[in-house]
Design a protein around this ligand. Structure first.
Ligand code: GLN
Length: 550
């Protein structure tokens, strides 16, 4: 294998044309997997052309899930796709937004760092973009830095990012451009049309960028006629038009690309040669094709307002973590959404939970649907249904236990009831101060924190070590004043912070599986390596196998 010249930063820019929602994130991540399998080290950057400094201040129904990085970044969900595919932790610096770029430039201007120059959109904004891309590339010491530019070519918002990479290319930096387009098949014609793709490439050309490779997304594989057309009108040779049809399982895309020699084509462009070896990946994919029985998981949530699409996006890491663990154990995951508000209207609906092999209450904020979630948790606890609580799902499990086992009537989290007699979940004093000042952005407990695991506990067995690190995103915590009382009633805090102040994991002994964590273990689940807590939960769901015993 010829080595990449590490003195240079080898950058692969991924842009999108025609429509949004093409799965550019998955394309980018799949390219990364392919390059990794050729022995290269990769990193990936997502550029988001919005003014928000990070994704943390956006509603999940607006933007999808906020993905939390180990170093506490509240980032775009594409970073989650990259991590799940590439199996490497990425920093918050791997998510660049318009807001960050402008904030930095204005800050520098205020600090007189421009030596009295007139500070302008061109060149100062693209220069800051370039500085950020290079900083990530240098820090990660990667052979290849993948840069996905969000939005669609022709949008007003991403022009300055495209300008940044154009200038880098002009100066001779090794950059390759991959443009992902969509080929629609209008029903009345039945023919796959290339025209919108041609136009999007032309728009890119107007901005001084010529794609090296076209990835053609469509319902089916593209034929030679379409390939030829795209080649002629988009100015690339036909072998550089890559077919990327709709596919049931996104983890097959690296294999789709390998079949078309995409890895070799990229390597060749950078003057190196290597062959992909995706054997392990392929074995995993094969396994998914021949799964045994179903494992049915109910997710009790509240972001149901804008239809099932928004829903899937809001909980994408939870969904993927369930899939990774189920596939690993040879079961087919069936995930259903349960609106917790339904339980508030009609308590008899709780019996419907018996249809599931296991129930998850994922992270959440605010009062809507909370009583329904608490009732669902109670039902799982009392009826031996495997339960996994994630963040809010742990806090509400504590509330439920305090109320119904310890007899603390009206116990609550102060997020919902600030005047409760039993504030079993409360806000830390430092968080109170932050809220008083209305400093909402990036001020929660964020990122990776270690937890000491109790020997002999379920979580200790699952993680197989004394200290587990998982990522956090919350303001409220188990109130230390109630820990002894809750434990006296049978609840076990099986993971605590090294200073013993923060409760990180809990479990109830004697239950088939009742485990909850203040963290978000879904963020560290990978396709190749599922998260241990999810593995334990799904295994319990399969073992308990409630539906077969009824
Ligand atoms: N609303 C809770 C808190 O802020 C839980 C947050 C979450 O589930 N991520 O502490």
């Amino acid at each position: 294998m010829r080595k990449v010249n590490r003195k240079e930063r080898n950058i692969i820019v991924v842009t999108g044309g025609v429509i949004s929602g093409l799965g550019k994130g998955t394309v980018t991540a799949s390219l990364g997997v392919l390059l990794q399998s050729m022995g290269f080290k990769v990193t990936a950057i997502k550029i988001d052309p919005y003014i928000n400094v990070d994704a943390g201040t956006m509603r999940p129904t607006e933007h999808g899930e906020v993905f939390v990085t180990y170093d506490g970044g509240e980032t775009d969900q594409d970073l989650g796709i990259y991590e799940r595919f590439l199996g490497i932790p990425l920093s918050k610096e791997n998510n660049i937004t318009t807001g960050q770029v402008y904030l930095k430039v204005i800050e520098k201007e205020r600090n007189l760092e421009f030596d009295g120059q007139c500070v302008e959109v061109i060149p100062h904004i693209p220069e800051e973009v370039e500085r950020r891309i290079k900083a990530v590339a240098d820090k990660s010491d990667a052979d290849f830095t993948l840069v996905e530019i969000g939005g669609t070519v022709g949008d007003y918002q991403n022009v300055l990012f495209l300008e940044a990479v154009r200038r880098m290319h002009l100066r001779g930096e090794p950059i390759m451009f991959i443009h992902v387009v969509y080929l629609p098949v209008p029903k009345n014609l039945g023919e796959m049309k290339t025209k919108p793709a041609q136009h999007s490439v032309r728009t890119l050309n107007e901005m001084g960028i010529q794609p090296d490779i076209i990835v053609a997304r469509s319902e089916t594989d593209i034929d030679d006629v379409r390939k030829e057309k795209l080649s002629v009108f988009c100015n690339v040779t036909p072998d550089r038009v890559i077919s990327n049809p709709d596919i049931g399982n996104i983890y097959e895309i690296p294999l789709v690309f390998r079949k078309q020699g995409l890895g070799e084509k990229i390597a060749e462009r950078f003057g190196v040669s290597a062959k992909p070896d995706l054997r392990e990946w392929e074995r995993k994919v094969e396994r998914i094709r021949s799964l045994g029985k179903n494992v049915k998981i109910g997710v009790v949530g509240k972001y149901f307002d804008t239809g099932s699409f928004a829903l899937t996006d809001s909980y994408i890491s939870v969904i993927e973590a369930v899939k990774h663990a189920s596939w690993h154990l040879g079961a087919r995951p069936v995930i259903e959404w349960i609106n917790s508000k339904d339980f508030e209207k009609d308590g008899r609906k709780l019996e419907g939970l018996n249809r599931y092999d296991g129930v998850i209450v994922p992270g959440g904020f605010g009062s809507s649907g909370v009583e329904g979630k608490i009732s669902a948790i109670r039902y799982c606890r009392e009826n031996g249904i495997p339960y996994l609580g994630l963040c809010y799902g742990m806090q509400l499990a504590v509330v439920e236990f305090a109320r119904n086992v310890c007899g603390m009537k009206g116990a609550h989290t102060t997020e919902i009831d600030p005047d409760t007699e039993y504030p079993v979940i409360d806000i830390l004093p430092e968080q109170k101060e932050i809220l008083r000042k209305r400093k909402y952005g990036a001020t929660m407990r964020l990122g990776s924190y270690p937890a000491r695991l109790k020997k002999g506990s379920v979580v200790h067995k699952l993680y197989g070590k004394d200290v587990a690190e998982e990522r956090h995103r919350h303001r409220y915590e188990v109130n230390p004043e109630y820990v002894k009382k809750l434990e006296a009633c049978g609840l076990i805090f099986s993971g605590v912070s090294p200073d013993r102040r923060l409760m990180e994991f809990l479990e109830i002994p004697g239950h088939p599986f009742f485990v909850a964590t203040q963290a978000h273990p879904e963020f560290t689940s990978k396709f190749i390596q599922p998260n241990p807590l999810f593995l334990g939960f799904i295994k319990a769901c399969i073992d308990t196998n409630r539906r077969q015993t009824r």
